[in-house]
Design a protein around this ligand. Structure first.
Ligand SMILES: *Cc1c(COP(=O)(O)O)cnc(C)c1O
Ligand SMILES: [Zn+2]
Length: 419
């Protein structure tokens, strides 16, 4: 269990893990290479049952997990015979117990556990909202790690069934700041001695944690799906699904074909979809995301707003799309709202805007004949059950621990944080 090495996707160098998130020479993803090639689920709570393929040696007592079920209602609506839903959120009737209601919980737990195992004391990360919420919640299990979470002002307040622990410092960036500004501040903070950058998509624990969606689905269905649908902002979840699919192929028991990826973004901000349309590895800001700052504000699914996604990087979204003969979809707000309503009616659970974007892309794929009625399809519902959660819990409104001005000097920021 947890027996692995890290390998740089650019130079192939093999590294021991010391919370290592890059080889030192290349700005390329590291991949975790596990000794165990045939996965066996462990008798452990939640996602830890996939510990064979998680970069951790131990676990804490948190039972967050993806769940997979075969759709009846939505499948019938779309005329599909083999549609499976990977549900990440709160839906206790189906044993989905994520109280932060998105698949970011799958990143938070293994990342904090990995950080704890490598003696990290102060961890810094940026978020558009859901990642921050998931980490803020999960840090109750790793209180020795001081966690600094930077989010734009518009991502507050967040709602949780419990107050966050003292080990969390929630930083809000006032004014006209967005997710990318939060990333910049987090990067600055992580250069302050004593602080460690969580590293986002570069962090193998994040990706392998999110990869459990496809592990759960494949073990549940008994084979790798032929198609995988997901809404992407950074695409970390999609890279994770690709890496886990490769491990499942190598396992040998789940089929010989990698799933075809169908990734979606929300208009009017679709940088990866625009670059992929031209089969370009590079995102060209002027062409692929003109007017970014304003267009991000128009988004129905605000979490899909990353202006610097790991798209071009070796092993990133471009490579995942190439290897899976992938497609990308641009979904309007109206299309997403319509699909979300149909999902809620046919499956009897509410879903978040990003998951509605993915659902709308499935509608488009069916209309265009990109999937066949008998094809084995996995729809990753990346978040849902917020309404369902409110029926069971009294939610606390969580406000930032500190609000910083956009233009504050870096030194002032550190002083302000008092860390
Ligand atoms: C973050 C997020 C996404 C996008 O995930 P990627 O990291 O871009 O793969 C989709 N849906 C929800 C609900 C999210 O929080
Ligand atoms: Zn390298």
């Amino acid at each position: 269990m947890g027996d692995y090495i890290l390998k740089c996707l650019e130079c192939g160098k093999e590294l021991e893990d010391h919370f290592t998130n890059a080889c030192g020479k290349h700005n390329a993803l590291l991949k975790s290479v596990y000794r165990i090639k045939r996965i066996a689920t462990q008798d452990k709570p939640g996602l830890w049952r996939f510990s064979d393929w998680l970069p951790v040696r131990k676990h804490f007592d948190c039972d967050t997990s993806p769940i997979t079920y075969k759709s009846k209602g939505l499948a019938k609506e779309l005329g599909l015979k083999n549609l499976h839903i990977g549900f990440n959120g709160y839906w206790p009737e189906r044993k989905a117990k994520m109280v932060t209601c998105t698949f970011k919980e799958l990143e938070a737990s293994p990342t904090l556990q990995r950080a704890a195992e490598h003696g990290v004391k102060k961890l810094v990360l940026a978020s558009a909202g859901n990642t921050g919420k998931a980490f803020a919640y999960a840090s109750r299990f790793t209180r020795k790690i001081k966690l600094v979470i930077v989010m734009p002002e518009c991502s507050f307040p967040i709602y949780l069934p419990e107050k966050v622990s003292d080990s969390v410092c929630l930083v809000s960036m006032k004014g006209d700041s967005d997710y990318s500004d939060a990333i910049n501040l987090a990067n600055f903070l992580s250069n302050v001695p004593g602080f460690t950058n969580e590293a986002g998509a570069m962090n193998v624990a994040r990706r392998d944690g999110m990869g459990t969606v496809i592990l759960d689905a494949t073990l549940e269905i008994g084979r790798l799906p032929a198609h995988y649908f997901q809404a992407v902002g950074s695409g970390t979840g999609a890279i994770a699904a690709y890496e886990s699919s490769e491990r499942l192929l190598a396992d040998g028991r789940f089929g010989k074909n990698i799933p075809r990826f169908h990734l979606s973004q929300n208009l009017p901000f679709t940088p990866m979809a625009n670059a992929w349309e031209k089969k370009r590895r590079e995102i060209v800001p002027d062409e692929d995301m003109p007017n970014a700052k304003n267009n991000v504000k128009e988004l129905y699914a605000f979490v899909l707003s990353n202006r610097a996604p790991p798209y071009a990087v070796k092993g990133g979204v471009f490579d995942a799309l190439t290897a899976t003969s992938g497609r990308m979809y641009k979904i309007s707000k109206e299309e997403a709202i319509r699909a979300g309503k149909i999902f809620e009616k046919t499956e009897e659970i509410d879903i978040v805007p990003a998951a509605a974007v993915a659902t709308a892309s499935l509608f488009k794929a069916v209309e265009s004949g990109f999937v066949g009625e008998n094809d084995c399809i996995l729809l990753n519902v990346t978040g849902g059950g917020e309404k369902r959660l409110a029926e069971d819990f009294t939610l606390h409104k969580i406000m930032p621990s500190i609000a910083l001005a956009d233009k504050e000097e870096p030194e002032e920021v550190v002083k302000n944080l008092g860390l």
